[in-house]
Design a protein around this ligand. Structure first.
Ligand SMILES: [Zn+2]
Length: 396
């Protein structure tokens, strides 16, 4: 069962699941979308600082909780930040106190800032330079919002992060408010948890975020040079659609393209499909690595396949297979927490049972419609890396 409630003005989703772990999470509208060229990375740094900004843990909260067998972590992406903590019943009062404190009335310290700057720099230096270059060029052309354009600009972030002051980090934190945070309480909690949140949360008043348009819809093919003996192709498609069937679409698109390009023609080793749903809508990415001699034929084959999926119906057998795979995933690896965290963007989450039932609605017609809406060819942007430019074209 899912219970929606407000505590101290903050929206909550309570999802009771009779397993042992209790997962508490704060999902915050934040991330790169709120940044500029001059503050790129500030939210990532804030995420690092915030996780250790509870006075009780002294220097490192990760260490503090680790010693108690409690797991804490956080993440930042284009439009949200997540802070979560997982533990068992005896730790609940402190877990609630910790999460409520860092999200609504954190204490910032200069020494934590200095330490975490170093951690963020190390993290950025650890990224693969070539992959990053490709993503950076893609982001700068695909998105119209400055903060997202610079989200993959590692060299700029390395410079900016070092110069950010405590005041600037705090300014990003001050944008957290009751209108742009969602709390999730998941697992085998009991009802006393509500009064704990009531006790430890402090209201932070602020405004609801406006609707935004994040995409340039630029239809283009962009070459970036590198010296590897392989061609890397990244194709991206913007869409305003949000759908329950995104994981189905992702799986099936991968399987169909894999069959065509690998099993039938041996052009590639693998193909990566990613579907990112966030505040801007849904972006579908198709990424391939291919030998330069096969690059053109592979690029044009992908376009041909997409055109075919948008006009013809695939067989029921394919759809049945995906329904079965999803049924199995729902019982095993599916992240219900990630599913529920998405309800910072949407209104009505389904229960586990409803979600599993819904798989039967995934049909060849639904897939065809999703291909049309999620992979709209006249808005596709292609960025590729190669030694020399190639004659790619969308007009096939
Ligand atoms: Zn980090």
């Amino acid at each position: 069962m899912i219970v929606k409630k407000k505590i101290q003005g903050y929206p909550f989703l309570f999802i009771h699941e009779p397993n042992k772990v209790i997962h508490l999470e704060a999902v915050v509208h934040s991330g790169f979308i709120h940044e500029t060229k001059y503050t790129t990375g500030v939210n990532h740094l804030l995420e690092h600082v915030l996780i250790s900004s509870w006075e009780k843990c002294k220097t490192s909260c990760i260490d503090y909780w680790r010693k108690r067998g409690v797991y804490v972590n956080a993440s930042t992406d284009k439009s949200i930040m997540k802070y979560y903590i997982q533990g068992t019943k005896p730790d609940i009062p402190d877990m609630v106190r910790y999460l409520s404190t860092i999200i609504t009335h954190a204490l910032f310290s200069g020494s934590t800032l200095q330490k975490e700057k170093k951690a963020v720099v190390d993290e950025l230096l650890d990224l693969n330079v070539d992959d990053n270059k490709l993503n950076d060029v893609f982001h700068k052309h695909f998105y119209s919002i400055e903060g997202i354009q610079y989200a993959e600009d590692v060299s700029l972030q390395l410079k900016i992060v070092n110069t950010l002051t405590l005041k600037e980090v705090q300014k990003s934190y001050d944008a957290f408010n009751t209108e742009n945070i969602l709390f999730l309480v998941y697992g085998s909690y009991d009802s006393s948890i509500e009064s704990l949140f009531h006790q430890y949360l402090k209201p932070k008043v602020g405004r609801l975020l406006p609707d935004i348009d994040c995409f340039t819809n630029r239809h283009d093919i962009i070459f970036t040079k590198y010296n590897k003996k392989i061609t890397t192709i990244l194709l991206g498609f913007p869409s305003n659609l949000q759908t329950y069937f995104l994981p189905y679409f992702k799986l099936l698109l991968h399987d169909l393209l894999f069959e065509e390009l690998r099993t039938k023609h041996h052009y590639i080793y693998d193909i990566k499909i990613d579907c990112e749903a966030f505040r801007c809508g849904t972006v579908t990415y198709i990424q391939l690595q291919v030998q330069p001699d096969n690059a053109m034929i592979v690029f044009h084959s992908v376009l041909k396949c997409l055109k075919q999926y948008q006009t013809q119906l695939i067989s029921e057998v394919e759809v049945d297979g995906i329904q079965k795979s999803m049924f199995y995933k729902y019982q095993t690896t599916y992240s219900y927490i990630d599913y529920y965290s998405f309800f910072i963007h949407q209104k009505n989450p389904l229960t586990k049972k409803q979600l599993i039932e819904k798989r039967k609605e995934f049909t060849p017609k639904v897939f065809r419609q999703l291909c049309r809406e999620l992979c709209s060819l006249n808005k596709a942007l292609c960025v590729y890396q190669n030694k020399t430019p190639l004659n790619f074209t969308f007009n096939i």
